[in-house]
Design a protein. Sequence first.
Length: 296
Amino acid sequence: MKNVLVTGANGQLGNEMRLQAEANKEFNYFFTDVVELDICDEQAVEAYVKAHEIDVIVNCAAYTAVDKAEDNVDLCDKLNRLAPGYLAKAIQSRNGWLVQVSTDYVFDGTAHIPYREDHPTCPNSVYGSTKLAGEQEAMKYCPNTMIIRTAWLYSTFGNNFVKTMLRLGREKESLGVIFDQIGTPTYARDLASAIYAALNKGIVPGVYHFSNEGVCSWYDFTKMIHQLAGITTCRVRPLHTEEYPTRATRPHYSVLDKTKIKQTYQIEIPYWVDSLKECIQKLKIENNNKYGKSGD
């Protein structure tokens, strides 16, 4: 039985990996976050991988605060660039496999057709640059690396766009949301399923893209979040990017072409609205259980 290490296990994707481990009993799992294993400590990583005889690492840990990254360059660089290199070296010493999760921010967002894996990268933020460097470090030190780029990640865990829009929708009478940035939301549960599909079939090294199917703007995404949650008291207004300045530059277009991952691992990817519906239903159930009431 292979030993699988999942880092960043308390994050959105890490938690979804943990939940689905129950249905994937052919592996023995080690779930760690910074308390159990600091992946920025090269010697600690090496010792952990050796002591637990790890065969596969799924790195779900990252510095993802996109705007804060512009000012916290060192920490962002450690987590997003150096750490994947340390993980890659450690797993390579055991002839193992690495799954490194990356991002649409490796592109500048100036395209108008979905980005394929071989499209030239051109990040224009600290977050994007460090994540791209992390891909390169991983592949440099471990040939058996699967890079999986994703976008607009949300789940029932942690803080994310869906939860923020649900909260603001209930609190505010009106809300301005950007309509000229186009992409595709990704339910972390679906991404975890895709990673398990790769583990079960056998990892084919290389770069892959994964998000849910379909295309929308942040404005469309918000409208659908409110519609599915039954929020009718908040008017959502479309904003241009320049009306909502942020510290880091966002890609205007970051739709990912998922042909390669679908063909390689024979997976079907759900439509973004269907997955969003599923997530909101789960949040409603959690909310009802937490507060002991029905309704929102």
